[in-house]
Design a protein around this ligand. Structure first.
Ligand SMILES: *Cc1c(COP(=O)(O)O)cnc(C)c1O
Length: 368
């Protein structure tokens, strides 16, 4: 009998992450609305900075991402020494899990929370604990109730993906106050730039005023650099020190760093992306509701559409119907939302095509 090498406990309990679809067989023109990418693409300055790195591919990146941390520090008014950059915020979420979780520990996330949290948690041998949501929104009381002596980390996406809902700053503060001081609160603010609510705060203020809060951010969404894998976190000095110890010494590549520096400086491009989103998010929420479909109110760059339970009109049916027309949305059953689709706010053309196709889907079926 052969004895195979065995992964650590927990690894085989991980449900592998399945990214959003990006193709529709036999369809000429595809509109990818499945991964919350920006329809405007990155700043042209970021593309130029990326290309310039091609002349220096033999050189290792600067390992601490110093110039990028300084650029982020300038843009957000933060101390660069309290920033760590990563290969996407996924990298940082995994590094935080690796630094703070061990066999037998527990990390909490909410029912429809981002799937990277249980993946990062289980890989350390810790247990993933799910706190119920209310109206597709994180519930502070439920999170606090889920805390045990073994809890080490709470992961909260604010706004959350795939629901698009958010917790106001008061609620996030109440969560932090209610947690034991040794529990690390990770605020994942991947969509912060899109939020237009005056009761929202991404996490900067809470990190500045406490010792157990970390905020993660990404260049994959409004900055349009998902392909390069770039994210950053801002945290207390002691957390930054721990994450830097487990971080790969060259975890951010030079092209990502240079493109990121250029992207963050182009505030006009960001403003265009934000305005496009504000306009079309409201339009999509309205138009889709008019079709008789339930849509969860969103403050991000995507909407969660709930389908009827009726045969022929389910999310699965809608997904097949839309895919045939080159409209690729995200099927979110892995997020415990088996009868919903997530739609990323796209270009004007894509948004109009989706609403027209959904109208056809609902109307066609209704007239049978
Ligand atoms: C898209 C997304 C991210 C970003 O991940 P990257 O690894 O930076 O591309 C992080 N958190 C949530 C909730 C997201 O939806």
């Amino acid at each position: 009998m052969s004895v195979l090498p065995q992964p650590r406990p927990g690894v085989l309990a991980i449900e592998p992450y399945v990214p959003g679809k990006s193709s529709a067989p036999g369809v000429a023109k595809i509109y990818k609305l499945s991964s919350n990418e920006t329809p405007l693409g990155p700043s042209p300055n970021a593309i130029a900075a990326y290309r310039a790195v091609a002349d220096h591919l033999q050189d290792y990146p600067e390992g601490s991402a110093k110039d990028l941390r300084e650029a982020i520090g300038r843009a957000f008014g933060l101390d660069p020494d309290r920033i760590v950059c990563g290969a996407g915020s996924d990298d940082l979420l995994n590094l935080l899990a690796r630094a703070y979780l061990a066999d037998g520990d527990e990390a909490i996330h909410t029912t429809h929370g981002f799937l990277v949290y249980p993946i990062a948690t289980l890989g350390t041998g810790a247990k993933s604990v799910v706190a119920p949501e209310k109206n597709f929104t994180a519930d502070v009381d439920a999170i606090l109730k889920a805390v045990t002596a073994k809890t080490k980390v709470v992961f909260l996406a604010n706004p959350n993906n795939p629901t698009g809902t958010y917790l106001p700053f008061d609620e996030v503060k109440r969560l932090q106050k209610g947690l034991p001081q040794h529990v690390l609160l990770v605020l994942d603010a991947a969509y912060a730039e899109y939020v237009r609510r005056n009761d929202y705060e991404a996490g900067i203020e809470l990190v500045a005023t406490s010792d157990n809060v970390v905020m993660t951010r990404t260049f994959s969404k409004i900055y349009g650099l998902a392909a390069l894998r770039l994210g950053w976190m801002y945290g207390p000095a002691h957390v930054v020190d721990s994450v830097n110890r487990v971080r790969g010494p060259f975890n951010v590549n030079s092209a990502a760093m240079m493109a990121g520096i250029a992207a963050i400086a182009d505030s006009k491009h960001q403003e265009r992306a934000r305005e496009h989103n504000t306009r079309w998010l409201a339009w999509l929420l309205d138009e889709i509701a008019k079709l008789g479909l339930k849509v969860t109110p969103s403050v991000a760059n995507f909407v969660l559409i709930h389908f009827p339970d009726a045969k022929g009109r389910t999310a699965k049916d809608a997904d097949a119907f839309l895919t045939k027309r080159g409209l690729i949305l995200r099927y979110v059953s892995a997020y415990k939302l088996p009868n919903a689709l997530r739609l990323t706010v796209g270009s004007e053309e894509a948004n109009r095509l989706v609403v027209a196709a959904l109208a056809e889907f609902m109307g066609e079926k209704a007239s049978i």
